[in-house]
Design a protein around this ligand. Sequence first.
Ligand SMILES: NC(=O)c1ccc[n+]([C@@H]2O[C@H](COP(=O)([O-])OP(=O)(O)OC[C@H]3O[C@@H](n4cnc5c(N)ncnc54)[C@H](OP(=O)(O)O)[C@@H]3O)[C@@H](O)[C@H]2O)c1
Length: 274
Amino acid sequence: MRHWVLITGCSTGIGRALVPLCRLAGWGVVATARRMEALADLPLGEDLRVLALDVTDAASIAAAVEACAELRLKALVNNAGYGQVGPLELLRTDELRAQFETNVIGLQMVTNAFLPLLRRERGARILQVASMLGRLSIPLAGAYNASKHAVVALAESLRLEVGREVAVVLVEPGAIRTAFRDTLAQRWGDLPERGRGTRWEKILARHMAVRKEQADRYAMDAESCARRIVNALNAAVPPRRVVIGHDARWVGKLKALLPAVWWEWLLRRAYRLG
Ligand SMILES: NC(=O)c1ccc[n+]([C@@H]2O[C@H](COP(=O)([O-])OP(=O)(O)OC[C@H]3O[C@@H](n4cnc5c(N)ncnc54)[C@H](OP(=O)(O)O)[C@@H]3O)[C@@H](O)[C@H]2O)c1
């Protein structure tokens, strides 16, 4: 009987890249997305189930658990997430709340809901997709930084609590070329208007103009990132952390090495914060 992995956020990006790679590695895949039509082009097969799953919707999570009750679910990849941009002083409370609803509370709701199924399988594992921004913070992304720091904290507590039964793996990518930065841009909303006439006006205009291009230039492709995640799914002894990309590896080390005042100077300079 095949083992199954459930992946959240398979409409695009890392989640989508994981689906064929996991199937190729012999996993049955429960590919989930908020909109079923986003999964319509996946090649059908006995090793694929598609489900609607919005991680912020408890009823949708409960329905997904029920649909998986008969499967030998051995792994869960909590991949769904998005980035809310904007300087903290301009951010609306509902934007901050929504960021946590998806990236943090949704992730933990899905985790808790699937734990009983995972516990049935020896060697089961939960992969929590955090970010290098779960270990360090950059400006103009405070809500996202905070949500990913929370993912790291939750995973470390969960590992202490249930790690002997179900392994908990933190996936910490650097910049990956996906739909992430397009979604990010959509979420600017009326941010430029909110910043008009303040010191943020010029900073935001520049950020909007160059950030995506700059980040995508150095970003890793989604498939290479997904390959690293599949390695952790297949590993006999699951790693505690999977740090993906040169940026994720080196920027964290640089922060640890540099005096705080230099580190902050570098970031202020990079973001032209004056
Ligand atoms: N790309 C990067 O540079 C990068 C770096 C570090 C970490 N990450 C993390 O990697 C994960 C995947 O992101 P990605 O880069 O692959 O970006 P992406 O292409 O934008 O994919 C994000 C996925 O999350 C889904 N999603 C968002 N809100 C959801 C919700 N409430 N319920 C269910 N699914 C939801 C999206 O679905 P819809 O299509 O329905 O919106 C989409 O399928 C995220 O957790 C992100 O924070 C990304």
